[in-house]
Design a protein around this ligand. Structure first.
Ligand code: ATP
Length: 372
């Protein structure tokens, strides 16, 4: 059963001297206990939204509703039951790990015996036992970020807000910390709102993801749905790789599919209606296919309704788990396919070869305005 914990209603904000709003009538509902990520390109307003929830910024319009009760617009971060973990750890450099974690409790005049118990609980939870007397400067990036998380969690926030907390870490530490953060969230059953511009990170961590674009939400969905059923070309482009197939004509076809004409080719695809506005006019009438959904047709039973093409290999790059192949289909159309290395080897595929390809119309998404 889903219970909304945080509702964001029609939130807008324009910074002084900015022409365009940074948040533009944004709506969002976050469920209790979910790991929710805000994902989007640099400058789309993710951090501003997080800071607004925390109380560091104030909206021009709209409401932030916690457990059904609107937060007072001007209430300060201290008055809100949230805690935020920043990209830079923001630890007190002259204080030990223990004192850093204890800081919030001591500020609230919690009795020292209780401080000790709660800090120890956090040290255990964040795997920092043994580090209590260390100074932040002697810690690795991962350890410092664990202290920051422990310091934020010790106050038992209603929601933990995290603003790109792993972006300063190297790749390996980052992957390790992703697991720790996810485990911690599941262990505590707490609601996490996580800002990132890294789609793989959002996929690895989140129950649901909101993709943001220019101060608005483009789509909110579970990671797989976001990947498989993007509701706009913006989301399809932002999440994973795609080949774009401009369509010159779209007509009805049998079953759930539409027929598209692209550079003289007839293909079938799944229609995804988009509201055609002046802003996105060029985004309609575009079909997409993900490179890993394109197969070599050699030695394979292909269902009759599949899309089938032939093209010339113009580039082939070995990437370890797959071979990235670029295929020129016609003058205006070049596809990218990811083919398992053993298939490339077995069929002796090399640059210059003409190869047959196939893909499911189910995986071919056709973004279209309301022209049909
Ligand atoms: P990034 O991933 O780069 O952090 P973001 O999606 O988190 O990007 P924001 O930090 O929310 O984006 O910034 C959105 C826009 O608002 C940017 O153009 C930024 O320059 C502007 N902005 C953010 N904070 C302020 C501020 N305090 N005053 C003026 N402009 C600001």
């Amino acid at each position: 059963m889903f219970t909304p914990v945080l509702q964001i209603r029609n939130l807008s904000k324009t910074f002084v001297n900015h022409e365009k709003p940074v948040l533009d009538g944004l709506n969002l509902t976050i469920q209790k206990g979910e790991f929710f990520s805000l994902l989007g390109p640099s400058g789309c307003g993710k951090t501003t939204l997080l800071r607004m929830i925390a109380g560091f910024e104030h909206q021009d319009q709209g409401e932030i509703i916690l457990d059904g009760v609107p937060l007072s617009r001007d209430s300060s971060p201290r008055e809100r039951p949230f805690n935020i973990v920043f990209q830079k750890y923001a630890l007190f450099p002259h204080m030990s790990v223990f004192d850093n974690i204890a800081f919030g409790l001591r500020a609230k005049k919690v009795p020292e015996t209780q401080v000790k118990t709660q800090v120890h609980e956090m040290l255990q939870l964040t795997k920092l036992v043994g580090f209590e007397s260390r100074l932040p400067t002697t810690l690795s990036g991962g350890q410092a970020q664990r202290v920051a998380v422990a310091r934020a969690l010790v106050n038992k926030p209603r929601i933990l807000l995290l603003d790109e907390p792993l972006s300063a870490l190297d790749l390996k530490m980052r992957a390790h910390m992703q697991k720790e953060i996810r485990d911690l969230q599941q262990q505590l059953g707490l609601t996490f709102i996580y800002v990132t511009h890294d789609q793989e990170e959002a996929f690895a961590l989140s129950d649901r993801i909101a993709v943001m674009n220019e101060g608005r939400i483009e789509q909110v969905d579970q990671p797989l749905a976001l990947y498989d059923e993007p509701k706009s070309l913006f989301v399809a482009r932002f999440v994973g790789n795609i080949t774009e197939i401009p369509t010159q004509q779209i007509t009805e076809s049998e079953g759930p599919f539409v027929q598209i004409l692209s550079h003289g080719l007839q293909l079938k695809g799944k229609p995804q209606k988009i509201q055609k506005t002046q802003k996105n006019a060029e985004l309609a009438n575009m079909a997409i296919i993900r490179p890993e959904r394109i197969d070599l047709e050699i030695g394979r039973e292909v269902p009759p309704y599949y899309n089938r093409l032939k093209g010339k290999v113009v580039r082939s790059v070995f990437r370890g788990t797959y071979v990235e192949i670029e295929i020129q289909i016609s003058d205006g159309l070049r596809l990218q396919a990811l083919i398992p290395p053993h298939e490339v080897e077995k069929n002796k595929i090399k640059e210059g070869d003409l190869i047959p390809l196939c893909f499911d119309p189910e995986d071919t998404i056709v973004f279209m305005g309301d022209q049909i």
